[in-house]
Design a protein around this ligand. Structure first.
Ligand SMILES: *[C@@H]1O[C@H](CO)[C@@H](O)[C@H](O)[C@H]1NC(C)=O
Length: 319
């Protein structure tokens, strides 16, 4: 184990306590909890404008079932053309904060790969990843989204929002025309991002003192893409940071010498015209190249925590 800093020490202690209490609940839970702790250590690290973290003691409460949080469909989204692949309005799950967490916000952008052509986007329209008609009406908030102080000691009382992913291109497409292929298609991820943010700003996000944008997998990529946008929406005096979990997709050759991810991203970028979103992307680059975190990250000025396994099982399958 690397030497522990004083900030990380109580976290490790808490992890041990928690692990002993819950016994073998599965690696996924442990990983989610570890991610929450890492995120907490990152968020609570003082930045230029933040004050030092307070030293709180953490009483151990009994283990309880996760809170179920209702789906909210975004009001007025359709009028703004901010719609899922099939034209239904986008949605999110919001668990309001309380106590000292009332003016703190943690947003999580859902993941779920991308769709690269009308065939697979057409299949996606009939799922939760392309239509709010298929989204779950209630989801469990666990890990970094949990409101259980024992499971999520640093963010349990924050406002927490899980933003559902239904555009197929990491919230970054913006095609005006409604594609026709027998049926209609909408590629409006960027507008979905804007409509969801407008809605949350009116619900208190605009008064946030601290805010944290997170996302996993394709949602991790969304986090790279929108981190600075998020910062720009919030009060100047607020502390804003981002965490991309498992979203560092690599632009590398596989053993046969092909670049699978680049050709995948080229298709997504062309279909959804994502290049507009990346004005700093050089014109001699393929459109999909602009979509890799390596390129997107170059322009980010907000504090960003990158969490990625050295052996990402999903990516290894494609390289
Ligand atoms: C669409 O993409 C899928 C993989 O995502 C691929 O298997 C299929 O061949 C593609 N279809 C067309 C028409 O390009």
């Amino acid at each position: 184990m690397p030497p522990l800093t004083s900030a990380a020490a109580p976290a490790t202690h808490r992890l041990r306590l928690w692990y002993r209490r819950l016994g073998r609940r599965g690696a996924a839970g442990v990983a989610a909890f570890a991610a929450a702790l890492l995120a907490a250590a990152f968020f609570l690290t003082p930045s230029r404008d933040a004050t030092a973290p307070s030293t709180t003691s953490y009483p151990s409460y009994g283990h309880r079932l996760p809170t179920l949080v209702d789906l909210t469909l975004v009001d007025g989204a359709k009028e703004k053309g901010a719609v899922c692949l099939d034209g239904t309005p986008p949605g999110y799950h919001w668990l309001p904060g309380f106590g000292e967490g009332s003016d703190k916000w943690l947003l999580h952008l859902e993941g779920g790969s991308w769709c690269r052509n009308l065939t697979v986007c057409g299949q996606r329209k009939k799922t939760n990843l392309g239509s709010s008609d298929y989204m779950e009406r209630q989801v469990e908030f666990v890990g970094i989204l949990s409101d259980d102080e024992l499971q999520n000691p640093d963010f349990y009382n924050w406002n927490k929002v899980k933003v559902m992913y239904c555009d197929g291109a990491s919230f970054s497409g913006n095609v005006e025309a409604e594609f026709q292929d027998g049926t209609s298609f909408f590629f409006r991820g960027q507008r979905i991002w804007e409509a969801v943010m407008d809605d949350l700003l009116s619900k208190g996000l605009s008064r946030a003192k601290e805010a944290f944008l997170t996302g996993c997998s394709a949602g991790g990529l969304s986090t790279y893409i929108h981190c600075d946008d998020f910062r720009a929406l919030l009060p100047k005096a607020s502390t804003v940071k981002c965490l991309a979990d498992g979203g560092f997709f690599l632009d590398v050759e596989d053993i046969s010498g092909r670049r699978y991810m680049r050709s995948f991203y080229n298709d997504v970028a062309r279909l959804q015209d994502v290049r507009k979103k990346f004005p700093h992307c050089r014109s001699d680059m393929e459109p999909g190249q602009c979509f890799f975190p390596r390129e997107v990250a170059k322009g980010i000025s907000t504090p960003m925590f990158i969490l990625n396994p050295a052996y990402d099982v999903w990516q290894i399958g494609y390289h």
